[in-house]
Design a protein around this ligand. Structure first.
Ligand code: UDP
Length: 237
């Protein structure tokens, strides 16, 4: 099948990066992921990554007992920065030219996120890893991912999950559950059982017609197949 994408945004959640550990990062798993991403970069596709922080802190979960929600979200954004720094080094160790751009002020550890700078890095074939989500509280990295994909004119948001996509019923409970190849935004936003991506993120994607693919990035070659438009995951469009 013909390749359709020239620039993609890949959303990696923090939870996925912890691999065999309960929290934190699993460098071995991230090295494996780096090789998967390298295949895509080597095929000439520009890659920008939005990384979550749920393997350390989520603002909504930690708020309370004295921690304000805004502070919790700041902590969450700092957690995404820890992940972004780790990803950047591991990618470079795997011979992928990578730059970490931060949406929170952190000049000592990363370049600031600047639209033109991000564009320049991408045009030069470098992977851009974004730290700090979109830099504002009361948001998640899912919403930040869609927002950034719009800003950088990506063709698609690829949301890596541990499931193969969206199913017609819960695959954990029903053996005959079928993966849906494609659903529309309306269905994804309205169906309360579809929790694989934040509704706010889906709403933003719907408003601006930014397609989203939910897929399992931990299966070999899945990422490459998704960008080649092969039948992997569920496309929401
Ligand atoms: N966060 C935020 N603004 C953003 C992105 C993230 O405030 O633009 C905070 C928020 O508290 C969130 C946390 O950072 O819960 C970590 O991100 P997320 O929960 O999306 O991580 P994931 O679940 O993808 O690992």
């Amino acid at each position: 099948m013909t390749q359709q994408y020239s620039r993609i945004l890949l959303k990696l959640s923090g939870e996925q990066l912890s691999g065999k550990y309960e929290s934190g990062m699993d460098p071995e798993l991230i090295s494996w992921l780096a090789q998967e991403i390298k295949k895509v970069v080597d095929s000439g596709i520009q890659v920008i990554i939005m990384v979550g922080g749920g393997n350390y802190v989520r603002g909504a979960q930690i708020a309370g007992h004295g921690i304000q929600r805004v502070t919790g979200d700041h902590m969450g954004m700092l957690a995404t920065m820890i992940n972004a720094l780790g990803l950047t080094d591991i990618f470079e160790a795997n011979e992928i030219e990578t730059r970490c751009l931060s949406n929170i002020f952190a000049e000592q550890v990363a370049e600031p996120f600047v639209f033109r700078l991000a564009n320049k890095h991408l045009q030069k074939g470098r992977v851009v890893v974004t730290a700090g989500g979109i830099g504002r509280p009361y948001l998640t990295t899912d919403t930040a991912a869609v927002s950034l994909a719009l800003e950088l004119d990506c063709n698609v948001v690829l949301k890596a999950t541990k499931v193969d996509g969206v199913y017609d019923k819960d695959p954990a409970k029903h053996k005959d559950a079928k993966r849906l190849e494609e659903i529309n935004f309306q269905q994804a936003v309205e169906n309360s059982k579809i929790t694989v991506m934040d509704k706010a993120a889906l709403g933003l994607a719907m408003e601006h017609q930014m397609p989203v693919v939910i897929f399992n990035a931990l299966k070999e070659d899945n990422l490459l197949k998704v960008v080649q438009n092969k039948d992997i995951g569920t496309k929401i469009s």
